[in-house]
Design a protein around this ligand. Structure first.
Ligand code: URA
Length: 248
């Protein structure tokens, strides 16, 4: 991961940023000889070091300094896409303490009952770009819908559809994979690509054609796809290639 170029920083700033300890705890650790730079115990927690060049260790463990974090979460249903909530578990509660240190936040929202791809980062400008209505970053969803989603719906979605508040959506690509007749009615399995992110957009688009989404999962954002090996509720860092896809 990248550091801060060829810049020097105070050692205690680096270590507190990386969650090693508070300034006063770090002072104590330095006194006890537990902090080393380039193999030598340091005497002053305020010493200037270059994290790109100097090897920093705390209790024998290498500390890799970085500022940014980029995570792919397979969001489970039942958690909210927020950093804090008085009632519900949040996506941040699913992260390890080590990752929470970076203060990541979710890039956009999935409804509490929606699953799938959620990016978490502390990179404000990237998040802003991905969410900007002007950028029209496509989002791909898979859904199970109560109702017989047919050719007419595909055409209506392609033309753009009016939501309950009068908003006309941009053209969206709807594909039907499968239909199933049950005692409760016909269910359709679909995928849908939308180019904006209005509140409850997918659910409201189907509502506008008299159908109901009963299961919703986001599988891609731009060219970034949800890793099929990522079990529900788990997460990992984005690879450099995936980050490039997002920055495109
Ligand atoms: N559209 C919805 O209706 N819900 C989501 O969570 C995402 C898109």
């Amino acid at each position: 991961m990248s550091g801060k170029g060829k810049q020097t920083l105070r050692l205690d700033k680096i270590l507190s940023h990386m969650g090693v300890g508070s300034r006063s705890e770090l002072k104590k650790m330095v006194k006890q000889g537990r902090i080393r730079v380039d193999g030598k115990p340091v005497k002053d927690s305020g010493v200037q070091v270059n994290p790109d060049v100097n090897v920093i260790e705390a209790d024998g463990e290498r500390i890799e300094y970085r500022e940014m974090i980029y995570l792919m979460l397979h969001k489970p249903p039942g958690v909210v896409s927020a950093t804090e909530d008085n009632r519900d578990k949040t996506v941040i509660d699913l992260l390890s303490k080590e990752d929470r240190v970076f203060k990541p936040f979710p890039v956009g929202r999935l409804d509490k009952d929606t699953e799938g791809l959620l990016i978490l980062t502390n990179d404000g400008p990237l998040a802003h770009d991905l969410l900007s209505p002007r950028k029209h970053v496509p989002k791909t969803y898979e859904a199970r819908v109560l109702g017989n989603v047919d050719e007419e719906d595909i055409e209506r979605f392609k033309a753009g559809i009016q939501l309950d508040d009068g908003y006309e959506t941009l053209p969206a690509e709807l594909t039907v994979f499968h239909r199933e007749e049950t005692e409760e009615g016909v269910f359709s399995s679909i995928s849908l690509i939308i180019h904006e992110g209005k509140f409850h957009q997918v659910k409201r688009m189907f509502q506008a054609v008299g159908k109901r989404v009963v299961y919703l999962k986001r599988v891609a954002m731009g060219e970034l796809e949800l890793d099929a090996d990522l079990t529900i509720g788990s997460y990992r860092e984005l690879t450099a290639e995936e980050l490039d896809l997002l920055r495109k």
